[in-house]
Design a binder for this molecule. Sequence first.
Ligand SMILES: [Zn+2]
Length: 177
Amino acid sequence: MIAHQLWQIHFKGVPIQSRVPIHFILIHSNLSIPQSGVLVFFCTTRLCVSGCGSLESSNHLFLHCNFFGSVWHFIHRWLGLSVATPFQVPDHFNLFSFSGGTTKVHRSILHVIWFAAVWEIWKERNNRLFNVKECSVNQVVDKIKSLTFTWLMLKYASLPFNYHGWWLSPFTILDIG
Ligand SMILES: [Zn+2]
C-alpha cells in the first residue's frame, strides 16, 4: 500500500479540525498531491539532519535513523508492543497496525498513533533544518502522546479517555488491550 492511499484511507475518519498537512519524503516517487492534505515527494541527496552521517530518505528518516528511528522504540515500549523494523515505511505501517489487539477500534487507534509519530518526526526534521531548533527523542515522544490524545478525543468521544492514564498505559485505560 502506497503512502497516499494510507493518507486517504486512514485520515478519512479523523475530524476535520484535527487534520494537519503531513509530508512524506519518498525517493523516486511521482505520486500526486491529494486535496485533503499536503503530501510532498521529492528526491534529495541531503544528509540526514540528525547528524548521523547517512543520506536522507523516507526509510532512513522515519525508520532507520539512530535519532529519528529511535522514537519508535519509545512508542513501542509505551504501547507494550514488540514490532520489528522492516526496510520500508509502508511495511512498518502494516506491521504496527496489526501488532496489538485485533479489534477494529484498536487498529484504528494504532493508525492514529502511527500517523502522529510520522508527523512529529517530520516536524522535528523541519525544525532542525529550517529553524535550527532541536528536541530530544523524549520530547518528540511526548509530543506524539499529546497529539494522539487530542486527535483521539475528537475521533472517539465515547471512549473513557483520561490524560494521565493515556500517558502511562493507553490501552489499559481504554480497556481494549
Ligand atoms: Zn539519520
